[in-house]
Ligand binder design. Structure first.
Ligand SMILES: *[C@@H]1O[C@H](CO)[C@@H](O)[C@H](O)[C@H]1NC(C)=O
Length: 449
């Protein structure tokens, strides 16, 4: 009898194990499926990409790149750019994948809708209902040129231009991130208004009747849940709202700064105060600085820990006139370069030693530099060349080809002499290269052709 029940027990254990490993296999399969298909990264030619869609709203412009483009699918990302007029308010929304925002110019404020368990989700006691309203909301950040904000999947945010000039932000959406459990399409969920789908997926049949999260929930139920009149619910549904994705606050927005008050609990410390913003714009933040050539500032999970969860990092580059960013490759990430100013020439070489891109780029254009492809960047305009590169790893690293601690520098001099068929003396010069590591300045940009 003991034997029989032992056998039964064993077979039960086996069954449970099988089921569990089935679950794991299924999850792994889902992850695999989100990786780009092999053919999508068979890139013989890269292109500088411009936005494919545009939506003009009352308070500004939304432009987005074509997420179906082969190059963007290879990198598993897409991009959106918003140009918000003064007093423009971008409706709160969240996406199915983590986002990195880079504020190119202008200034404003940005708020998150909900971080789970943060203070204002506490219920107020019933009795306080008729007392005067005590306004509470999530942390609001001042934002400006050169700021990066990291947003996890499913976390809503809004922002508002409180300056006098347009506020320009470029947003990377990492659709192939493990946090996206849906397919590779970017999906933005708006909490209000009647916004248009900025990724070109609008279904025309659904046009009338509002397109936010509340639009299709039954009115009576909403009115019941919020304890408000039907007219208010009708407004929430946004059916007749012509303002679209960005609205104008004619009288200006009044926002109360969060009250640091005595309500802190343990959760608040660790989640609600999680840093999501970092400034990378100014020269003082540079990690590499070479006078006359330029500067590079990197932002990774060591400087901004939330990036460890999002598996993203960034690099802010500025080349002065005649500056060159030496040939280098990204070890562990794709790099999505958005040009923020000036004019520069970028050359990219693939694993077959083939030039897959050699062109001039200017503000507003995007170039995907795939993992391990070698890139060299050069300022060709009078005003230099600058960019923000979003990278698909939390601690993206580069390896350079020239100078101290470069790939060539690391080789024994005789190896260099043998592989390039040069004298030891020449090999030594190749090894040492320039004394700067990644940035240097050339006397005439055209002579380097
Ligand atoms: C987006 O890219 C896909 C695939 O290359 C293409 O078929 C489609 O026409 C593009 N859409 C737009 C609006 O450019």
């Amino acid at each position: 009898m003991g034997r029989a029940s032992l056998a039964l027990l064993l077979s039960l254990v086996c069954l449970v194990l099988m089921l569990a490993s089935d679950g794991v296999a299924h999850r792994q399969k889902m992850r695999m499926e989100r990786r780009p298909q092999v053919a999508e990264c068979q890139l013989d030619r890269l292109e500088s990409l411009k936005p494919a869609y545009r939506i003009e709203s009352e308070g500004g412009l939304t432009e987005s790149w074509n997420h179906s483009d082969k190059i963007l699918r290879c990198a598993g990302v897409t991009l959106v750019r918003r140009t918000v007029q003064p007093k423009g308010l971008v409706l709160p929304s969240y996406t199915n994948a983590p986002q990195l925002l880079y504020y190119v110019r202008g200034s404003g404020i940005q708020g998150m809708t909900i971080f789970p368990s943060c203070p204002e989700s506490f219920e107020e006691p019933e009795e306080s209902e008729r007392q005067e309203h005590r306004e509470q909301h999530q942390k609001v950040h001042e934002i400006g040129e050169g700021d990066i904000i990291a947003i996890p999947a499913g976390i809503g945010y809004w922002f508002y231009n409180n300056g006098k000039t347009p506020l320009v932000v470029v947003i990377l959406i990492d659709t192939s991130n493990a946090d996206n459990q849906l397919d590779g399409k970017p999906r933005r969920f708006y909490l209000a208004g009647n916004p248009e789908d900025e990724h070109g997926q609008a279904t025309d049949g659904e046009r009338s009747g509002g397109r936010n999260l509340f639009s299709r929930i039954h009115e009576d139920l909403l009115s019941e849940i919020f304890g408000v009149r039907i007219e208010t619910v009708t407004k929430m549904k946004g059916a007749d709202d012509p303002r679209k994705n960005i609205v104008l606050v004619k009288e200006g927005l009044e926002v109360v700064r969060p009250d640091p008050g005595p309500r802190a609990n343990g959760i608040e410390e660790t989640i609600c105060t999680l840093r999501v913003r970092e400034h990378v714009g100014s020269a003082a933040r540079a990690d590499i600085y070479t006078p006359h050539a330029g500067r590079i500032a990197t932002l990774n999970s060591i400087k901004l820990p939330i990036l460890a969860d999002l598996h993203l990092s960034a690099e802010r580059g500025v080349l002065y006139k005649n500056g060159v960013y030496t040939p280098h490759w990204n070890l562990n990430a794709n790099s999505i370069v958005y040009v923020t100013g000036g004019i520069g020439r970028i050359q990219v070489v693939n694993n077959e030693g083939k030039s897959v891109f050699d062109g001039e780029m200017e503000e507003g254009e995007v170039l995907v530099i795939p993992q391990n492809f070698v890139a060299v960047m050069q300022a060709t305009g009078e005003e230099g060349f600058e960019w923000i590169a979003f990278k698909t790893a939390e601690n993206a690293m580069i390896n350079t080809l020239v100078g101290i601690s470069s790939a060539i520098g690391a080789l024994p001099v005789d190896v260099v002499a043998q592989i390039f068929r040069v004298s030891k003396e020449e090999a030594y010069k190749l090894k040492i290269g320039r004394d700067q590591t990644s940035l240097f300045s050339v006397t005439s940009p055209s002579s380097s052709k």
